[in-house]
Design a binder for this molecule. Structure first.
Ligand code: HGY
Ligand code: MN
Ligand code: MN
Length: 416
């Protein structure tokens, strides 16, 4: 296949402006974003993205999970499209670039192809996957998981947020529940550009991460049950303090990961304490353990240790431990040809690059099960993400999108 010439590059200023215009929707309190899935802000961001895509001549499809598919025609209407995208939903205290760079990077490819009057044999479809973050409604990578056939859509529609609102109802309320059956689309390939969300690329002064694998993940929702009672008048030896159970399990999760360095991570990010009153001993604590490794055996060992040790710790202080897996995927290995297309693009463009394993989960991890898939990463400042202070440079964004452009356009086959 004819590869794009090394001088073919996207318009980095236009990309940067679009990223920061999108960031004005669902602003955070500290310069980042709070544009959580299927909120009104998410709806507003979707409409802006739709407008930009339609201005670029794209036609929109929306599936029953609300995922947006923005299509540029190829010269061969029967050729399977090359998909490129990520997500526009953010964490409650998210950054401007997590997900957004991958969606607007895909749009910038279209805008550049239009500027240059380049046609491709395969259609190209820019994609905004619904609810990648999984923060308001678990699990993460929700819509891509349904698309890949690993999550059941009817079940997912019933998942509730902290206020008891159902995902399916909220998707309908913001007007983005499409007709298209989720997962019916067939892909020639899928590419995702994403910030690294870790420190490696910046520390090694490297511009491009060629993502060969991802970490696997287990999200374990744990419930520790003790007994509510007065924090002042209940004798210490009579207490059944669910909060102490949380402290013991928090430390256990940390130790489980630390024993398996450098290939394991573990933490507890979501915690609900009941009744959460200053002078009542917590009777119940519900929290989510997030454990990850790129080695499947390590990940299975970590889960097994949590499952065996946590109940013992809780029993020793008179409280009960229960657990349920609410999100999981095994470590993905991305498609050799797609990974090579990314690596060759970085070489052709003369950008420093290295193979890398993705620490975070991405929609690409699920789509990798139904189509040849790979990812491009760019550095982020101090490796910081899922924090409003998340930052990248315009140059990193442009170089990552140049590589994405070359990989996508080469795979979609330029028509001379
Ligand atoms: O949890 C993750 O890795 C992703 O950011 N949703
Ligand atoms: Mn993301
Ligand atoms: Mn994220």
């Amino acid at each position: 296949m004819a590869a794009p010439g090394e001088n073919l590059k996207i318009n980095g200023d236009r990309l940067w402006d679009s990223i920061h215009e999108m960031a004005e929707i669902g602003p955070g309190v500290a310069g980042g974003n709070n544009r959580q899935t299927v909120t009104d802000e998410d709806g507003e961001g979707r409409r802006l993205f739709q407008k930009w895509c339609e201005d670029a001549g794209l036609t929109m499809g929306v599936d029953q999970m609300g995922t947006m598919f923005m299509r540029r025609e190829g010269t061969d209407p029967d050729a399977l499209p090359v998909y490129v995208g990520s997500h526009l939903d953010t964490q409650p205290t998210g950054g401007r670039y997590d997900g957004v760079l991958g969606v607007l990077g895909g749009l910038e490819i279209i805008r550049t192809l239009n500027d240059l009057g380049i046609k491709t044999k395969h259609p190209i479809v820019v994609t905004n996957w619904t609810n990648e973050e999984g923060t308001r409604f678990a699990p993460a990578m929700m819509a891509s998981g349904v698309f890949a056939g690993v999550l059941d859509q009817d079940d997912i529609y019933q998942h509730e947020d902290a206020a008891g609102l159902k995902f399916g109802d909220e998707l309908e309320r913001i007007g983005w529940k499409g007709e298209e059956k989720t997962g019916d689309r067939k892909m020639h390939a899928f590419f995702e550009l994403h910030i690294e969300q870790g420190p490696i690329l910046e520390a090694e002064n490297i511009d491009i991460g060629v993502v060969t694998h991802g970490q696997g993940l287990r999200w374990v929702e744990c419930t520790i049950t003790g007994k509510e009672s007065h924090t002042g008048s209940t004798p210490m030896k009579m207490r059944k303090n669910a909060g102490r159970g949380l402290a013991l399990v928090t430390e256990l999760v940390h130790e489980i990961a630390m024993k398996r360095q450098p290939n394991a991570v573990g933490a507890i990010g979501h915690i609900d304490v009941y009744p959460n009153s200053r002078n009542i001993i917590p009777g119940k604590v519900v929290f989510t353990v997030d454990i990850r490794s790129h080695e499947l055996d390590t990940l299975k060992e970590m889960f097994a240790e949590l499952e065996s040790e946590a109940p013992k710790l809780c029993e020793s202080i008179g409280v009960k431990f229960e657990a349920e897996i609410i999100g999981q995927f095994d470590p993905p290995a991305f498609d050799e040809n797609c990974v090579t297309a990314v690596r060759n693009a970085a070489k052709r463009l003369g950008y420093s690059h290295r193979d890398i394993i993705s620490g975070a989960g991405h929609d690409a991890c699920w789509i990798n099960r139904v189509a040849p898939t790979s990812m491009v990463m760019c550095p982020c400042v101090d490796g910081l993400s899922h924090n409003e202070a998340e930052e990248i440079t315009k140059e990193w964004a442009a170089k990552g999108t140049d590589v994405l452009f070359h990989a996508v356009v080469e795979t979609a086959e330029i028509v001379e």
